[in-house]
Design a protein around this ligand. Sequence first.
Ligand SMILES: [Fe+2]
Length: 271
Amino acid sequence: MPDFTVTPLTPSIGAEISGVDLAKPIDGETRERLSRALAEHLALVFHDQTLTPEQYLGAAEAFGPPMRQHYSQHHMPGFPDIGLVWHRNGQHPAERWHTDHTNRERPPAATILYGVEIPSAGGGTSVANMRAAYAALPETERRQLDTLRTVNSLDDGKSDTRHEDREKYSKPIVHPMVRTHPLHGSRAVFFHITKTINIEGMTPEASRAYLSDLLERMIRPEIVYTHQWRKGDVLVIDDRATMHRAHGDYDRRESRVLWRIIAEGDRPQLI
Ligand SMILES: [Fe+2]
């Protein structure tokens, strides 16, 4: 079993893991320690990894079985459980704060990103601690958020969504806006602003305005870790207690290619 070390990257969120070669099989005890480290630190960084698609899929299993991603036009040819994150052909980086695939009944437990082509400057990924965001809200607002539920579907603004994906993944799915982390036991704010059709009992317009205002107030620099990519980095994000965003501040003549895997999660619950 590799004896790895966990070094926190900020006081609130993020830890670097050293001493793990993700290309090699990961034993049960290491998986468990990594899952606990993820639940605690919410974003894990592994540097200097060299992975084939098969090895990457094997490593991701440490955080749960890979789950099929809904925009099939971005699946890696031959490896449909790996999504290609790149911004060619008019595709825009996801610059708004969000958590992934909330239109699924059991949204992913984790999003795993592997840096394959990295621009010389910019193009980072930021991750916000939504457990800390929840804890910092006034008591009355926390109690109010505890009662709210979002109705989720695919983003409506994407013009390149395939018909069959829209058929499969558009069914409205309701989630609590605050969820309890199944491993950690703590609560976090949970929503995806552009996948939320509305908050139950509110119009779509009022819901969007409220969620936007919430993001503005909740996400402060002290609860954010920004990952500046190096080729060979693997970033694992806990989707149950964070939101993340990409930064489009890089030279678009340069390439930014990340391989993405999402790991199966549980049905969000507020306990
Ligand atoms: Fe995302």
